[in-house]
Design a protein around this ligand. Structure first.
Ligand SMILES: Cc1cc2nc3c(=O)[nH]c(=O)nc-3n(C[C@H](O)[C@H](O)[C@H](O)COP(=O)(O)OP(=O)(O)OC[C@H]3O[C@@H](n4cnc5c(N)ncnc54)[C@H](O)[C@@H]3O)c2cc1C
Length: 479
């Protein structure tokens, strides 16, 4: 560690906010600081990353830059990986500040190598970003840890920057230069995604507490109602435009005066789940590639590219499933139940390895959060060993969640004149893709294969170990 560091360098990753941001708050204390976002193209073409997420990022960077300008600072973009970033820092006296991120293997290895090299020359501070234990993970103590983290006072506001420290050796870009050069030149592959930035997150939270949460518990299940009745904060949590602790603390205040207590109680549980799932990934990063239960990787030994392509394009011949995928492709978001059904169809009915399908689905989500996504994908594929396999029936979901087929018709106008029954049963008269699989026989087949291995003693022994490491100690299911 070096003494007498002159300046502070605050490095942003997935904490793109001013409020309750430890790295920014503590890094600004000496009022001589720089704010940098490291843009690594290889990371952005990694597992599950996509252009729609970059579009969300662009709003977040713009707003953060504008907010930093109000405190005499700004956001600068360094283009390169962490190794190159480290090289650019050489011979300068800094304390570096980061908020920790649980992220894909590529980022993790880059960041770990960076820390190893950089700590020989610089003082480095890495802060927890939310309720995830980085070291000494203890599943039995985790809930207590989470409550403590969430109840801590919010960080002080960042201080005004007083220095005009020269950082030209870092060769950074302004936010606008970066956006023009790297984002705006790419043609969007969506119709309309949620806008990014902290002010949008605050607005969502306010409208959710005031009115939109009315009926949240039940409305969250169908894709049309869920669009307005869910908080829609997920991309904001993923990019860190709002702190989960600040949401939790506002929720506690709101709860007592709210007329929608049971709805808000459900929301509170999900804030807990957010970190619970990310914790699994933090504690066992190889679940990005391997099933939590090691015997499950032999279940689906090969993939069928043609089936996978039809699935991810929404050409399965099952209108409700296809409509959900079309919706997701257009807007970058769909509700939990439909995500679970989409995944269940790929893993059980099509019997495709989740490792091949998971990144394709993640790319469609603006809110891609590896810890939640990968854990949920594994749950919906029956490979955790600790959750009971649930095979969603697309036909039942179609009837239950969209009885009048209005959602389906809005996404698939070619079915406008088709009867509701035909649509739900996937027996379409007009020109429409053929069904790529028989639901009944593929579900029965999947059930046989899954339960074929679950009943063995060896399976149960490994499942117990998985439970000890990851299993929820609370009596609650994650939907
Ligand atoms: C296959 C699959 C993949 C998923 N991938 C992602 C992903 O990449 N990113 C992501 O944020 N969520 C993911 N989810 C969980 C869930 O669908 C989304 O969090 C939710 O739909 C986001 O909308 P919202 O913010 O309006 O949620 P709300 O219902 O308003 O919930 C508030 C917050 O709680 C958390 N949350 C809600 N449900 C869950 C859950 N079941 N597990 C963990 N945390 C939850 C999220 O952070 C969410 O923003 C996935 C679910 C499935 C089945």
């Amino acid at each position: 560690m070096m003494a007498n560091n002159e300046a502070d360098l605050i490095v942003f990753h997935r904490n793109l906010r001013i409020q309750d941001n430890e790295a920014l708050s503590y890094g600004s204390i000496r009022q001589n600081y720089k704010c940098i976002y490291v843009f690594d193209e290889a990371y952005w073409s990694g597992n599950g990353k996509s252009l729609r997420q970059l579009y969300f990022l662009k709003d977040c960077l713009r707003e953060l830059d504008n907010s930093l300008k109000k405190i005499n600072s700004k956001l600068e973009i360094f283009i390169g990986n962490y190794k190159e970033f480290h090289k650019s820092l050489i011979n300068n006296k800094f304390t570096l500040h980061f908020n920790y991120s649980t992220d894909i293997e590529y980022y993790k290895s880059q960041f770990t190598q960076f820390l190893k090299l950089a700590k020989q020359q610089y003082e480095i501070k890495v802060y927890n970003d939310f309720g995830v234990q980085r070291e000494n993970f203890d599943r039995d103590q985790w809930s207590r840890f989470w409550e403590n983290q969430m109840n801590k006072p919010l960080c002080p506001e960042p201080k005004i920057n007083k220095a005009s420290h020269d950082c030209s050796y870092l060769s950074t870009h302004t936010v606008e230069e970066f956006i023009n050069k790297y984002i705006d030149i790419q043609k969007p592959d969506f119709i309309e995604i949620q806008p990014g930035g902290s002010s949008k997150a605050e607005h969502l939270l306010e409208t959710f507490f005031n009115e939109r949460c009315n009926g949240y518990r039940t409305k969250m299940s169908n894709p049309l109602d869920a669009k307005d009745s869910c908080s829609r904060l997920s991309p904001h949590f993923s990019f860190g435009t709002i702190s989960i602790r600040s949401v939790y603390q506002k929720l506690k205040k709101e709860y007592f005066k709210s007329n929608f207590k049971s709805d808000l109680y459900s929301f509170k549980k999900r804030l807990h789940w957010h970190c619970h799932f990310i914790q699994k990934f933090e504690a066992e990063p190889n679940i990005e590639f391997n099933s939590m239960h090691s015997m499950c990787d032999n279940l689906r030994p090969s993939e069928d590219q043609e089936l996978i392509e039809k699935w991810i394009k929404g050409e399965t011949g099952y209108p409700f499933l296809d409509a959900c995928i079309h919706h997701l492709r257009r807007y970058g978001w769909i509700n939990f139940r439909m995500r679970a059904m989409i995944m269940s169809f790929a893993s059980y009915n099509l019997w495709q390895p989740w490792q091949k399908t998971s990144p394709l689905l993640a790319e469609l989500f603006v809110d891609y959060e590896p810890g939640i996504h990968i854990s949920q994908v594994q749950m919906q594929s029956g490979v955790t060993g600790i959750n009971l396999p649930r095979i969603y029936s697309v036909i039942k979901q179609s009837r239950d969640q969209d009885p009048e087929a209005s959602f389906i018709r809005s996404e698939l106008p070619e079915l406008f004149d088709e009867s509701n029954d035909n649509i739900h049963n996937a027996t379409i008269d007009v020109d429409y893709p053929n069904k790529i699989v028989d639901l009944r026989s593929s579900s029965a087949n999947a059930r046989d294969k899954i339960w074929g291995i679950r009943n063995s003693d060896q399976f149960k022994k490994i499942a117990k170990q998985v439970y000890i490491k990851h299993g929820s100690r609370r009596r609650q299911t994650s939907r």
